[in-house]
Design a protein around this ligand. Structure first.
Ligand SMILES: O=c1ccn([C@@H]2O[C@H](COP(=O)(O)OP(=O)(O)O[C@H]3O[C@H](CO)[C@@H](O)[C@H](O)[C@H]3O)[C@@H](O)[C@H]2O)c(=O)[nH]1
Ligand SMILES: [Mn+2]
Length: 705
């Protein structure tokens, strides 16, 4: 009997293809119009360039729409527990201030409590901060887990992240309630001890320290509790002079250290805030990894990243619904893009054993640890000959990777700050496949913490798009490198992601040029009397309608459609713009791209605004000023447009509708500038600067010759 099933999402596929045909035809008409009517004036060339870029992105986006599929897993058909392969879980953390220990330990505990044979489960916590706070916290976590895990197993608890569990009401018989109360008290004590640790310990992140590796237990190694999975704390060596390659570097150290201790054939990678929400995820993933038809080429099973703290309207579009919809589309090709957290990876795929031959220089490929090289070929826990502890410290040292191919060929790759995307791209190029899976929207496999602040969200995304640009504009560009090595549809989807931030160019053009031309009376678009007028109107309506259809068929509400539109424009004006500025600075060597951590610590004031669904415009001015300036220009030019029309200069219908769309879409910004009085309003000085800037632009546009 099959361990899993898949099904083509036929209706979606047909709608997508028919729409692609019609929309494509309309785009062809637009190009015909532009080419036949274009004058060599700068505004016309610019608007055409904007249309070309957007059409290019639209074309790339068709890749993920071509063949969407959905999958189901049947964990009850898995072999008996004794025959399941073992799993190593990698949790990465860095900074106990931005990533408070309580959250990190909840993730660790939820992973230890996965519904999987405990002796086949090994949890590794990588602490990139080398912080005594985290080290002491993980010892406390072990103590609490010793009560928590038997409790979860006994009562078949569904929600094995203690923090989340105790937030919900639980009912049961007398025995259960007694036990629950006592475990809840233990959890409260655990919280108190973590608070004490973080208050009394130096929580600075160390950039200069020895490797520290410790198997966490009660001090007596001989007396291993069969109910408890292995828990290991790893802080790799850090030296200021030595590049540490951020998360990819941390994962590679875990890969080596775990090879000596457990060497499991499968690895689950988790960000420190992504707790296991469904204890069955490991078994679900095995339904794909153990399927004899899929397994030879299957590198990883990717679960979507979902979040426990989204506000009702998800005002910052943190859920990235559109991305996961694409992942379903990719699932019908060779599989989804690797997405950082919540994936079960086959260890072998990272070693590239598909092409492993004995005669290649293994030292160069894997570094000089014989013990580690042995582990690569055994697929079991190797019998360590030398001093295990010393060997692991060597594997976690800065010098280990020198002169080897770590991070270059195979393993987690260092080339870009989006190590996930880039590693996945390479795996797919090598012929590996992946699977996208979510058992149900109601019970996601993993839940993380989404930024509750506009500034925070934009900075995070800025980093992603710097990373994607690093790939897009390199020899690894999916359009060059990918096309030769993977199906065209798939490389289109990789390219769509890599090039997504260039949409800042067309959006700036569309937010400024029609407006300026209204002020100056230059016609950019056909008149109402021209048949091509309807081509433009159709294209607008068609793209909006398609977006709405996608939102609704994936089970979301109309408000999601509006939020996604709004956040896309906001991203274009800010995160995408700065990502491209940073990319240029990176290219000319002014500033290296780096991994700025997203904060997972709750800021109560910000969280309250967020829960009410109110945008927090109290963000760095560099982010808010461009948005406000553009908004004012759009309002000003719209008024000017009406005035022009009144003077009998002829209606510039499309030119006026564009600012109207922008103004309506971003009404919350207007509220933030003029109505709101709370802390999240647009700061007055930002409004003043924006007013000044927009006046200068408009005056220049109106009067310059
Ligand atoms: O030098 C570093 C930097 C980060 N991390 C860890 O990486 C994880 C992700 O960092 P976060 O600040 O939460 O970034 P996000 O933007 O939320 O992460 C998304 O984007 C990253 C790529 O940019 C992926 O690695 C992540 O899995 C994905 O969730 C966290 O657990 C960090 O502790 C490290 O271990 N070492
Ligand atoms: Mn994160």
């Amino acid at each position: 009997m099959d361990l899993n099933k898949w099904q083509s999402l036929k209706k979606r596929m047909v709608i997508n293809r028919v729409h692609a045909l019609i929309h494509g035809a309309a785009l062809a008409a637009l190009f015909y119009y532009r080419i036949t009517s274009i004058s060599k004036s700068v505004p016309h060339l610019l608007i055409f360039a904007a249309e070309l870029i957007l059409s290019f992105q639209w074309l790339l986006s068709q890749g993920a729409k071509w063949n969407p599929v959905s999958r189901t897993a049947c964990p009850d058909r898995l072999p008996a527990d004794d025959n399941l392969p073992s799993v190593d879980v990698f949790v990465c953390t860095t900074d106990p201030v931005k990533e408070p220990s309580l959250g990190v330990m909840n993730t660790v505990i939820s992973a230890m409590a996965l519904d999987y044979p405990p002796h086949k489960l090994h949890v590794y916590l990588s602490d990139d901060g080398g912080s005594p706070v985290t080290f002491r916290a993980v010892k406390e976590a072990w103590g609490f887990a010793k009560m928590w895990i038997p409790f979860c197993r006994k009562y078949m608890v569904n929600n094995r992240c203690p923090q989340a569990y105790f937030l919900t009401e639980q009912t049961g018989d007398h025995h259960f309630l007694l036990e629950k109360t006592s475990i809840q008290n233990a959890y409260e004590d655990f919280k108190i001890s973590l608070a004490k640790i973080s208050a009394g310990t130096d929580s600075r992140v160390s950039k200069d320290h020895q490797p520290i590796i410790e198997v966490i237990n009660d001090g007596d190694e001989m007396d291993k509790d069969p109910q408890m999975p292995l828990l290991v704390y790893v802080a790799r060596e850090k030296r200021p002079s030595h590049p540490h390659h951020f998360k990819a570097g941390a994962l590679n150290v875990l890969l080596r250290v775990s090879a000596l201790l457990s060497n499991s054939p499968y690895i689950l990678v988790l960000d420190c805030d992504m707790y296991c929400n469904d204890p069955k995820s490991a078994r679900q993933a095995m339904c794909f990894h153990l399927d004899p038809n899929l397994s030879p080429d299957l590198a990883f099973v990717q679960f979507p990243q979902r979040f426990h703290n989204l506000c009702d309207k998800d005002i910052y579009d943190s859920e990235f619904r559109h991305a996961w919809e694409k992942w379903e589309g990719l699932d019908g090709l060779n599989g989804p893009i690797l997405s950082g957290s919540g994936f079960y990876m086959k260890r072998e795929a990272l070693y590239r054993s598909q092409q492993l031959e004995k005669n290649v220089d293994t030292m160069k490929r894997f570094g000089s640890s014989k013990e580690f090289i042995n582990s690569v070929y055994t697929h079991k826990k190797p019998n360590c000959m030398s001093d295990e502890q010393k060997e692991m410290e060597f594997l976690a040292s800065c010098r280990y990777e020198k002169g080897s191919k770590w991070g270059e060929q195979a393993r987690f790759r260092y080339f870009a700050v989006v190590e996930d995307y880039f590693t996945g791209l390479n795996l797919h190029c090598e012929g590996w496949k992946s699977v996208y899976y979510e058992s149900s929207r109601a019970r996601p496999g993993f839940l993380g913490t989404a930024p509750e602040n506009l500034g925070e969200a934009l900075v995070q995304q800025g980093r992603w798009f710097v990373g994607l640009n690093q790939v897009a504009f390199s020899k690894y560009s999916p359009l060059v490198y990918g096309v030769l090595k993977m199906p065209i549809w798939q490389s289109m989807c990789y390219a769509e992601n890599a090039f997504s931030s260039i949409s800042f160019l067309p959006l700036y053009i569309l937010a400024l040029l029609p407006q300026i031309s209204l002020l100056r009376g230059i016609h950019l678009y056909p008149q109402l009397s021209s048949p091509f007028f309807f081509v433009f109107v159709f294209l607008f309506v068609s793209s909006q309608a398609k977006h709405l259809q996608e939102v609704l068929t994936t089970g979301y509400r109309t408000s999601t459609w509006i939020t996604e539109q709004r956040m896309w424009t906001i991203r274009c004006f800010t995160a995408y713009l700065y990502a491209n500025v940073n990319t240029i600075m990176d290219k000319i060597g002014w500033r290296k791209a780096s991994f700025l951590l997203t904060s997972k610590a709750a800021d109560e004031a910000a969280a309250e605004l967020y829960r009410k669904g109110m945008y927090n415009f109290d963000a760095p001015s560099l982010l808010i000023v461009p948005m406000c300036t553009l908004y004012m220009i759009n309002m000003g030019s719209f008024v000017a447009g009406i005035w022009q029309a009144g003077k009998g200069n002829g209606m510039m219908l499309i030119e006026s509708l564009i600012p109207v769309f922008g103004i309506i879409l971003n009404l919350p910004l207007l509220q933030g500038m003029v109505v709101r009085k709370d802390k999240g309003r647009v700061p007055t000085n930002v409004s003043i600067v924006s007013l000044l800037l927009s006046s200068i632009v408009m005056a220049y546009a109106s009067f310059a010759t």
